[in-house]
Design a protein around this ligand. Structure first.
Ligand code: GDP
Length: 195
């Protein structure tokens, strides 16, 4: 997809703030600091439309980015940040659960995972939860530039095996730094927004 226009729309805390124009939505889930903002920026060729932050867990909102008047990227709050209180975590859970289960225009969830490490318990729980509800997922293994090419396949296998990646779910190796996987990810997204 050729991105000609991308804009930040809203940081939503309640469903009535979600955009009402019925464009398809692609959500990004992943633990704090995994690289979701960087991924969005790379996908839309912008340096910092999506805020990249060194303070993980800060964003408690659903951040909507409109792309080409064709779709939204919806950046979900990062999970697994130890300093977030239990109450905050519960609020997070309720808001995200409601969004993921009730948003009918949600077409695909990008589950962003650090390619360097095996999935965390939170990553595994997130994937299992999404699969329990039969939601379509594309797992994105990001920060590929940080490991040598010769080890990519090994890392991919560890992630796929740990998650028990289902046959209908895609896996894309990605690097926001170098642009690896960008075209492949766009082609999956394009297919899902047409479904
Ligand atoms: P978020 O909290 O998930 O939105 O994570 P950010 O996008 O803010 O990224 C967290 C940190 O990881 C930042 O310092 C980024 O520069 C870095 N980062 C993100 N993606 C990549 C990548 O693909 N390669 C490298 N080398 N660094 C990355």
């Amino acid at each position: 997809m050729k991105v000609t226009n991308a804009e930040f729309v809203i940081s939503a805390v309640r469903p009535d703030q979600y955009p009402g124009d019925a464009l398809p939505e692609i959500a990004l889930a992943g633990r704090s600091n995994v690289g979701k903002s960087s991924l969005i920026n790379r996908m839309i060729n912008r340096k910092n439309l999506a805020r990249t932050s060194s303070t993980p867990g800060k964003t408690q909102h659903l951040n909507y980015y409109r792309i080409n008047d064709q779709l939204y990227f919806v950046d979900l709050p990062g999970y697994g940040y130890a300093k977030v209180s239990k109450t905050q975590r519960q609020v997070w859970g309720q808001m995200i659960e409601k969004y993921l289960l009730e948003r009918d225009r949600l077409k695909l969830i990008l589950l962003v995972i650090d390619l360097r490490h095996p999935p965390t318990k939170d990553d595994e729980m997130m994937y299992d939860w999404l699969k329990h509800y039969d939601l379509p997922v594309c797992v994105v293994g990001t920060k590929a530039d940080k490991i040598p090419k010769s080890r990519w396949q090994k890392h991919i296998k560890i992630i796929k095996d740990s998650l028990v990646l289902r046959a209908r779910d895609e896996f894309v190796m990605f690097s926001s730094e170098e642009g690896i996987g960008k075209d492949e990810l766009w082609s999956h997204i394009s297919r899902h927004i047409l479904e």
